[in-house]
Design a protein around this ligand. Sequence first.
Ligand SMILES: C[C@@]1(CC(=O)O)c2cc3[nH]c(cc4nc(cc5[nH]c(cc(n2)[C@H]1CCC(=O)O)[C@@](C)(CC(=O)O)[C@@H]5CCC(=O)O)C(CC(=O)O)=C4CCC(=O)O)c(CCC(=O)O)c3CC(=O)O
Ligand SMILES: NC(=O)C1=CN([C@@H]2O[C@H](COP(=O)(O)OP(=O)(O)OC[C@H]3O[C@@H](n4cnc5c(N)ncnc54)[C@H](O)[C@@H]3O)[C@@H](O)[C@H]2O)C=CC1
Length: 192
Amino acid sequence: MLLAAFLNFQDAQAVVVGGGAVAERRIGTLLHAGLRVTVIAPAISPAVRVQDVTVIERAYLETDLEGARLVLACTDDPATNDRITVDALNRGLLVGHAGNAARGNLRFPAVIERGSVQVAVNTGRELPMLAQALTERLESALPDSLPLDAWMDRRSAALGLSGTERETALNRLRADIRHHFLLETDVQERSA
Ligand SMILES: C[C@@]1(CC(=O)O)c2cc3[nH]c(cc4nc(cc5[nH]c(cc(n2)[C@H]1CCC(=O)O)[C@@](C)(CC(=O)O)[C@@H]5CCC(=O)O)C(CC(=O)O)=C4CCC(=O)O)c(CCC(=O)O)c3CC(=O)O
Ligand SMILES: NC(=O)C1=CN([C@@H]2O[C@H](COP(=O)(O)OP(=O)(O)OC[C@H]3O[C@@H](n4cnc5c(N)ncnc54)[C@H](O)[C@@H]3O)[C@@H](O)[C@H]2O)C=CC1
């Protein structure tokens, strides 16, 4: 099993090697998470160029990894992707290999978002259509709005209490959230 975790990589430096269709999709994901992205490839597509990235138009060199915290090997040459991946692993970096994810230490899930909530699916292998289908199913089960701020306020207030009052308030909140998703709960716990 892989470690399921969400990484705070705001302002971290990413190096994407390859400037084609796969790089384009991954760059969108990286920028959305606040990373700074440098793209290195001899041929960089217009769709990559228009994104907020630094572009270096030439083939990959190992020194390109200096300063990077995350690396994506997205070229169409498997041997180059292998080399980038080994170089990055040797430097202790996070690296994704576009053609053979098992060689790297980073996999990309299918993701749905509602406000600050993210639901990610990884199949543990190369089955992106399954990951997409599962997230679509989850999306249709998510209510349009999640009263996150109200729930946060109630949780903060509950954490400010002590003893049984705190426990009761947390149990009520838990029950109300479960009710929002039509999940079974002890009815007595719910708010009036
Ligand atoms: C291992 C992994 C990569 C990793 O984890 O680093 C991987 C690998 C490969 N994908 C391939 C193909 C495609 N992938 C997509 C799309 C997505 N692929 C994603 C994830 C992953 N893809 C990871 C496994 C996830 C899991 O299973 O849990 C999604 C979910 C997330 C994302 O990319 O950000 C994203 C949905 C985006 C969305 O939701 O919009 C499409 C387009 C489409 O479907 O429309 C195609 C073309 C159609 C097809 O071929 O299926 C190929 C074939 C290469 C070849 O042709 O040789 C390989 C390599 C191989 O299979 O070895
Ligand atoms: N993980 C995924 O979701 C998917 C992965 N793939 C894999 O990703 C690979 C790339 O796919 P595409 O983006 O569609 O290819 P593409 O042909 O659109 O782009 C390839 C890019 O690699 C660059 N490149 C080639 N040699 C290089 C080098 N030595 N140094 C730097 N850049 C170099 C090219 O200049 C070009 O920008 C495929 O070969 C396949 O193995 C393909 C589809 C989906």
